[in-house]
Design a protein around this ligand. Structure first.
Ligand code: PSU
Ligand code: MN
Length: 304
């Protein structure tokens, strides 16, 4: 039997029916450089608490799936960075059997959150259909997970290292609802707008919570993607970031990067090319998503 371990704070919150927000760990080890990754991970948890919910950062430590990490465990993942295994659905068996550390992606975190009964999850951006996927077939396993696993993911939309149009088509085919929070467009991570209109928009958390409840009460399994635009103050210039992304993609191609290494490579390259400006935006949008997810978890817990 593989046992899931709960942090004491999380176990207590669960026993008392309190709202909990799941947080991912690939963003710590593969998404940001040290020590900003560690500082951000602590800060995100703080923001969840300040907004009326309990944070549960999710990862695998020495082969043990953890719902809620200690400060020390967050530090381990932050310091080890890309040497930690990035865990999506297919990586679980190896990491569990060989008792390794694993940083869970959006897909990996959704799997553990669902097993723990946590319905709301905050992250930065999700993986999606990559540009050029018509040749490479590079489509993130996050999309399949959204189709099958019943967790709502609060994100700042889809980063334009990906093909936003194809990502939306894929989600539509898979039956994944995509809702804009106070926006009618899919947010593009670093920028608020993408030019891609969404079918559904919610202007308050109550509307979001009611829609989640309707979906799951009706027995429609699977996730929901909520697009929460980066705060205006921190959004980046669309053309500047597009130029940087093109350069990063070109570099990835030249170096022949493939598979699970490509997304972390692009994130680091973008950070390097913007001299940390994109990282500052990245941090702010994650905090903004944690805020919304906490308020949503709170509202949802009142309804169920
Ligand atoms: N996008 C970001 N930051 C991230 C990721 C994506 O802006 O940290 C991470 C998430 O954990 C996501 C994963 O689930 O990358 C997707 O990886 P892949 O494309 O290999 O599925
Ligand atoms: Mn991929």
């Amino acid at each position: 039997m593989i046992k899931i371990e709960y942090a004491p704070e999380v176990a207590k919150a669960m026993a008392n029916g309190k709202p909990i927000v799941a947080l991912e760990s690939t963003i710590i080890s593969h998404g940001m450089p040290f020590p900003k990754n560690m500082e951000t991970a602590y800060l995100v948890e703080e923001v969840v608490r300040e907004n009326g919910a309990y944070p549960a950062t999710i990862a695998i430590i020495g082969g043990v799936p953890k719902i809620g990490l200690t400060e020390k465990e967050i530090r381990i993942l932050a310091e080890a960075g890309k040497s930690v295994t990035k865990v999506s659905r297919r990586d679980f068996p190896m990491v569990l059997a060989q008792k390794k550390h694993g940083a869970t992606t959006v897909a990996g975190t959704m799997i553990l959150a669902e097993k723990a009964g946590i319905r709301i999850f905050a992250t930065g951006g999700i993986g999606g259909v990559h540009r050029g996927a018509e040749n490479t077939m590079d489509i993130s396993a996050d999309l399949q997970e959204l189709a099958n696993t019943s967790v709502a993911v609060v994100s700042a939309g889809v980063k334009s290292i990906l093909d936003l149009g194809l990502t939306l088509e894929y989600l539509e085919t898979m039956g994944v609802p995509v809702w804009g929070y106070q926006t009618s467009e899919l947010p593009a991570f670093f920028t608020r707008d993408s030019g891609f209109r969404l079918d559904y928009r919610a202007d308050d958390v109550e509307t979001l919570a009611k829609m989640l409840k309707a979906k799951w009460d009706f027995g429609l399994k699977g996730g929901v993607l909520i697009g929460n635009p980066v705060p205006r103050l921190y959004s980046m210039d669309k053309w500047e970031i597009e130029g940087v992304i093109r350069e990063a993609l070109l570099e990835a191609k030249k170096q022949g990067r493939k598979g699970k290494k490509i997304t972390p490579f692009l994130l680091s390259k973008i950070n390097e090319l913007t001299k940390g400006k994109s990282l500052a935006t990245n941090i702010e949008l994650v905090l903004n998503n944690a805020r919304l997810a906490a308020r949503l978890a709170h509202k949802y817990a009142e309804m169920v």
